[in-house]
Design a protein around this ligand. Structure first.
Ligand SMILES: O=C1O[C@H](COP(=O)(O)O)[C@@H](O)[C@H](O)[C@H]1O
Length: 232
């Protein structure tokens, strides 16, 4: 396990610190390759970080934003991660960025996953930046304990791309990038807040099956050392 903890006094300071780090990584990607990619998570945690990042002065017209995972719901659904990103990140300076959605108005979630996988392949790899979150059950992305496609999602042999996931506690069917899609991102971040999530992370660092706490797949096997951004 290779991870570095970055601790902040509160969520506001974390949002600014993480936005500085991520915008520098995106600028590096643009300087090196002419464009940059970032995959972000949804949930309740990243809102302040998204708002801070949207103010950073980089060439957003050369950035593509996508999601680590999504609910199989259209973008006008209040539970859509796309909506969260549109309202909080793709604003201000960042309005010029391109967005690659995972949800598609296809016949099924499986069909949507296939279309999103094909589109994501055209972005090239690895992602310049991947920002992961974590639930109190130890899930990350949509790698839920007991998830219908969990073994495939976290296997090192599974190709890059988007697959579906159903799980108790997940609500809607999910669309999620696989482990191999983001474990080698040039900057790989786990963004968590609160003592409860730090306690969950400590438990995940103990021995035990990855299937019980899927964040373990990242902690144990990611090629890129994990940067953990945390505030109490
Ligand atoms: O279901 C999800 O939850 C996790 C964590 O969300 P939070 O509300 O506890 O911050 C998130 O990382 C993931 O993208 C989302 O789909």
């Amino acid at each position: 396990m290779s991870a570095q903890l970055h601790e902040f006094k509160d969520g506001a300071a974390l949002a600014e610190g993480l936005a500085d780090r991520v915008s520098a990584a995106l600028a590096d990607g643009i300087a090196a390759r002419g464009r940059a990619t970032i995959a972000v998570s949804g949930g309740s945690t990243p809102k302040a970080f998204f708002k801070a990042l949207s103010t950073r002065d980089i060439d957003w017209s050369k950035v593509t934003v996508t999601l680590v995972d999504e609910r199989f719901v259209p973008a006008d659904n209040p539970r859509s991660n796309h909506l969260l990103v549109a309202d909080n990140l793709l604003q201000g300076k960042a309005r010029a960025a391109a967005f690659l959605p995972l949800y598609r108005d296809a016949g099924s979630a499986e069909e949507a996953a296939k279309i999103a996988s094909a589109d994501a392949a055209s972005l090239g790899h690895p992602f310049d930046v991947a920002i992961l979150g974590m639930g109190t059950d130890g899930h990350t992305a949509s790698f839920f304990p007991g998830g219908s496609n969990l073994a495939e999602a976290i296997a090192s042999e599974t190709p890059r791309g988007v697959i579906t996931m159903e799980a108790e506690g997940a609500g809607e069917t999910r669309l999620t990038f696989t482990f191999t899609s983001f474990q080698d991102a040039r900057l790989l971040v786990l963004h968590i807040e609160g003592q409860g999530k730090m306690d969950v992370l400590s438990a995940a660092k103990e021995d035990g099956p990855e299937a019980d706490m899927p964040i373990r797949a990242i902690l144990r096997r990611a090629a890129t050392p994990l940067d953990i951004y945390w505030a109490p």
